[in-house]
Write a new protein. Structure first.
Length: 416
């Protein structure tokens, strides 16, 4: 036995093909084997190169019957803790109602804020659990969830506690992001600077003290918070030692991306109106671009993000569901992969990189998640597909045969 080989294997996958998502490519290994020891990947390679003693000493042998193994999906941008329902609003939209008309009838984000404020922690947990379970069944093994429907201290903390409870309850890894500066609450309608003071002087210190979020996000947009307000929040978060990210350039070019880059943001998200100079700043500071085709689709937007510029500047591109009740009620990563290809002109390889390793980069987790490499977390999905491109092409189909998270099997339809 060489020192490079594990001395013990818990699970060995054979008769599989791997799309390892390393080196900014699918990096396929056909006719492969993959071994897991404890929580981590301990051996990968061609099956013919698998040492005999590893095969004979493994605890559990899984025959993948020519299936494909990819890293579990990383969904790096969601707002899936919310109260109430907006489906009536969807029907009003389809009947021709404008946003203003819907708002006047109590719809829009403020209906979600009101319902989320009114809901108990247990009610929010029950509602969000169904959504997390749906994403897990789609092969998502790492998930980010933002607060931002409380817009007051007590409810923002309640949301973050629910996110923490989801992380403890479900096998998938969940990162919590504080998004207190998501929208201006009605009680601060004429005092947006006053609300930013509340976020920076009261909410952020409480979030830091309770250690219930790893990152801080802001909706920098003409309908939300301006550049100087956004800067205040990012500066305070940075001073408190929290990572930052930004909803930037979704509906207009506010120069948010360039500013967030100066704070070494993990990611800038949406980016439909990103300028060349903003993109250059992102590239300079190694900021990941998170594209959200579900919101673009659901809002019937027409201005696409400058994907060619992102590619030319070699900015990592992540894709995510943006699961939320107002602009992206999409519970499917495979559907998002198809949208990323069809709406934003990503190749299947780029879309799949976006849902795996680049999603991990957007969360600062690329050393442990998002690709199949020795020493990384054994977060793996076995797919019954002919080629990885099927995950983008067969819109919304989810032919999963097994899900493993941290070395533990969570779902298995393969014969053992
Ligand atoms: Zn969002």
């Amino acid at each position: 036995m060489t020192p490079l080989e594990p001395d013990k294997i818990d699970t060995l996958f054979i008769n599989c093909h791997l799309a390892t998502m390393t080196g900014n490519a699918l990096s396929i290994i056909e006719k492969a084997a993959l071994a897991v020891t404890g929580k981590t990947i301990s051996w990968i390679g061609r099956q013919k190169d698998l040492p005999d003693h590893l095969r004979t000493s493994c605890q559990k042998l899984i025959d993948c019957r020519n299936g494909w193994i990819l890293p579990g999906f990383v969904d790096c941008h969601t707002h899936l803790v919310w109260g109430g329902s907006r489906s009536n609003e969807f029907e009003m939209r389809l009947s021709g109602a404008t946003y203003e008309e819907i708002s006047k009838k109590g719809g829009g984000i403020f209906s979600t804020v009101q319902s989320t404020r009114n809901a108990s922690k247990d009610e929010l947990f029950t509602l969000a659990s169904k959504r997390v379970a749906a994403l897990l069944s789609q092969g998502i093994t790492t998930l980010e969830i933002k607060s931002g429907y409380g817009l007051k201290l007590e409810t923002e903390l309640k949301m973050l506690k629910v996110i923490g409870q989801l992380d403890k309850t479900f096998p998938l890894h969940i990162e919590a992001t504080f998004l207190g500066a998501h929208a201006l609450p009605q009680e601060f309608a004429d005092d947006s600077d006053g609300y930013i003071d509340l976020v920076t002087k009261t909410m952020l210190p409480a979030v830091k003290d309770q250690a219930i979020a790893t990152a801080v996000d802001v909706f920098c947009e003409r309908i939300a918070f301006n550049l100087s307000q956004t800067r205040k929040v990012l500066q305070t978060a940075t001073d408190l030692g929290l990572k930052v990210k930004l909803h930037a350039e979704q509906l207009s070019d506010s120069n948010g991306a360039a500013m967030a880059a100066q704070f070494s943001a993990l990611s800038c998200d949406h980016l439909e109106y990103l300028s060349l100079s903003g993109a250059k700043k992102m590239a300079e500071h190694n900021v990941t671009a998170v594209l959200l085709p579900g919101a673009f689709y659901f809002l019937k937007e027409t201005k696409k993000p400058p994907v060619q510029i992102l590619k030319d500047l070699k900015i990592p591109i992540a894709v995510s569901t943006d699961l939320n009740p107002g602009s992206s009620p999409v519970h499917s990563m495979t559907l998002i992969l198809n949208m990323a290809c069809m709406l934003f002109d990503l190749t299947c390889e780029q879309a799949l990189l976006g849902a795996t390793i680049n999603g991990a980069k957007a969360l600062g987790l690329e050393l442990s998640k998002g690709s199949i490499e020795k020493g990384k977390d054994a977060d793996l999905v076995v797919w019954d597909i002919d080629t990885p491109a099927d995950l983008c092409y067969l819109a919304g189909l989810t032919p999963i045969e097994m899900i493993m998270i941290g070395g533990k099997i969570q779902h298995n339809t393969l014969h053992k």
